[in-house]
Design a protein around this ligand. Structure first.
Ligand code: CUA
Length: 185
């Protein structure tokens, strides 16, 4: 038992509580400001696209059929990358993109939850069965970037990664069908 009279004792408890509340308040506002700051200045946001796709049939026809995977330059000049995340690889294994132009990346999976990031960029998303994950970005520097799976998806998870080949504008030449593949090096 304490010898303190009741009132100063309670005042001390109140003081400690206020101190903790103040500390937690600072931490929460610091965290929120970092989230808002990176979202506004570096385009680092949680993906907001909600678009459904049937994981059982996505590889058979339509957008994510095998012949349609990889990089495509549309008639309007828009660049779209489509890739499948599957146990335990990305298809295609290498993704060609130009330096300094807006690129839309679209991913889907036929099996389990995967995730991916592209090193040094704002690309970081989950790939959930039943949904298309879409991310917009542009690539500041040329060179090869690593795109690993970052969501544990089974025994081969650590072997699951692809390469993003960022080409100078002059080398990024779509074929007659608008498609661009990685240069063999
Ligand atoms: Cu796919 Cu981990």
């Amino acid at each position: 038992m304490t010898d303190l009279p009741a009132e100063p004792h309670e005042r001390r408890i109140l003081g400690t509580e206020l101190l903790w509340a103040f500390g937690v308040g600072i931490l929460v506002s610091a965290t929120l400001s970092v989230i808002v700051f990176t979202a506004l200045s570096m385009n680092i946001n949680p993906p907001s696209n909600v678009e459904r796709i049937d994981p059982k049939t996505l590889h058979l026809s339509g957008e994510f059929a095998e012949h349609n995977l990889g990089t495509t330059v549309g008639a309007d000049g828009r660049i779209t990358v489509r890739a499948i995340a599957t146990q335990f690889m990305f298809v295609p294994q290498c993704i060609a993109v130009p330096q300094g132009r807006p690129v839309t990346l679209r991913f889907a999976t036929p099996d389990v939850v995967h995730g991916l990031l592209i090193t040094g960029t704002n690309v970081n998303t989950m790939v959930v069965p039943g949904f298309v994950s879409q991310v917009h970005t542009d690539f500041a520097r040329t060179g090869d970037l690593l795109m690993p799976c970052h969501e544990y998806c089974g025994l081969g998870h650590s072997e699951m990664w692809a390469t993003v080949q960022v080409m100078p504008e002059s080398e990024f030449k779509p074929g007659p069908d608008g498609r661009v593949s990685c240069a063999k090096r």
